[in-house]
Ligand binder design. Structure first.
Ligand SMILES: Cc1ncc(COP(=O)(O)O)c(C=O)c1O
Length: 388
């Protein structure tokens, strides 16, 4: 392993002490309430940290074959999987990795449920309690009108109950436990009558448990209610909360320029390295910065791609930014490394691990082969395979 002093920006830095702080809280909740907490790998699949995370969490949940395999091979514990629609040719392989299968609809349950059962798997159905508690981001609201995610009460088929070991719902995004409380009321009203026949219920993700203002006591009360009243195991599968504030994206200023406003072009791109900034959209925190105008020097931070909208946002600083200077984006472990892309042939940020002793260790660097490898053959001489 290489020490990271000489690592070129941009790089993601995952901080063990910060990660452990989150994991300790999640572990304490499991110990206090008897619930089981899984890592939703869609938010963070940094498997270099899985041996550590596996000491605190019960396992992982996956969105399909690759994540399920990674969870099984690298994390251990329980491996759950949910997909809105499984693919026939992948399902057989999935049976090797996952032990809990959550189906999205009665049709999917009919198609695959028996097979999963025969292989000794635990089988669940994702339901949609039709209870929107989010404001603003319809694309993150699985309860939005017309949503494909989960079975609504009207579509629930009681004939399939003998196949089911559990019910799953996922409705939240970066929310507190008051919204969970609202959701479980609707969930119980619509589906509570079936819980007597279930072994488990899964509250999905979106619980911002490790955020400072999160009401952990209310979450514990809700979990205990389900465990005591319905005698079911309770699962939670947060992604964000596991790695919240546990990572950074370290970038450098390549150039500064003016066009009505001071602009700093960075070696990190919103479009390639933190796409949620544009997709969600949101304003990532930047170390030692303020809102525009709050500090003396305001700069527009922008990426090096051709996309006019590759802009991270306007931030102010105590000094004018200059070439070569580092700009550090905070809270960058979640939904970043798993979402990066090589648009414009951009290099993917390296990955660095900062251990508890403060040592920075290089996990991985990326280069030309990672760009090329996703787009076609890489063996020399292969171009003769098609006639051009
Ligand atoms: C089914 C399911 N479970 C868990 C999660 C993790 O959510 P979060 O990272 O917001 O906690 C998601 C996120 O989309 C999800 O769709």
């Amino acid at each position: 392993m290489k020490r990271a002093e000489a690592v070129k920006t941009p790089y993601f830095l995952v901080d063990e002490s910060r990660l452990v702080k989150n994991l300790e809280l999640l572990k304490a909740i499991q110990e206090d309430t008897g619930c089981r907490i899984l890592l939703a790998q869609k938010a963070f699949s940094g498997f270099f940290a899985y041996p550590l995370m596996g000491r605190y969490l019960a396992g992982t949940t996956a969105s399909g074959l690759c994540e399920a395999r990674l969870g099984k091979e690298e994390f251990g514990g329980e491996t759950h999987v949910f997909s809105p629609a499984y693919q026939e040719d992948e399902f057989q392989e999935l049976l090797l990795y996952a032990d809990h299968f959550v189906f999205n609809s009665p049709a999917q349950l009919r198609r695959y449920g028996e097979r999963a059962k025969r292989e000794g798997k635990s089988v669940g159905l994702r339901v949609n309690p039709e209870c929107s508690t989010q404001e603003g981001h319809a694309i993150y609201d699985p309860c939005a009108p017309g949503s494909r995610l989960g079975t609504v009460k009207e579509q629930f088929d009681e004939e399939l109950l003998p196949l089911l070991d559990g019910l799953h719902f996922h409705t939240l995004c970066e929310q507190n436990s008051d919204d969970l409380e609202t959701t479980v009321q609707d969930f119980e009203e619509k589906f509570g009558r079936y819980l007597g026949q279930m072994k488990w219920v899964n509250f999905g993700g979106g619980h911002h448990i490790t955020r400072e203002d999160y009401d952990v006591e209310r979450l514990k009360k809700i979990i205990r209610h389900f465990r005591e009243h319905y005698d079911v195991e309770v699962y939670l599968e947060p992604g964000e909360a596991v790695v919240l504030n546990a990572g950074f994206l370290v970038s450098s200023v390549l150039e500064t320029m003016k066009n009505g406003i001071d602009i700093a072009i960075l070696d990190a791109s919103a479009a390639c390295h933190m796409p949620d900034v544009l997709e969600m959209p949101y304003r990532p925190p930047v170390r030692f910065s303020g809102m525009p105008g709050e500090k003396k020097y305001t700069f527009r931070l922008a990426g090096p791609t051709c996309l006019a909208g590759d802009v991270i946002g306007d931030y102010s600083f105590d000094h004018p930014l200059s070439e070569g200077e580092q700009v550090v984006f905070e809270d960058m472990a979640l939904y970043t490394m798993v979402k990066t892309n090589t648009f414009n042939g951009m290099r993917l940020p390296s990955i660095v691990w900062k251990n508890r002793e403060g040592e920075e260790i290089l996990i991985r660097e990326f280069g030309y082969e990672d760009f090329k490898g996703r787009l076609g053959w890489t063996e020399p001489g292969s171009s003769g395979k098609i006639k051009l």
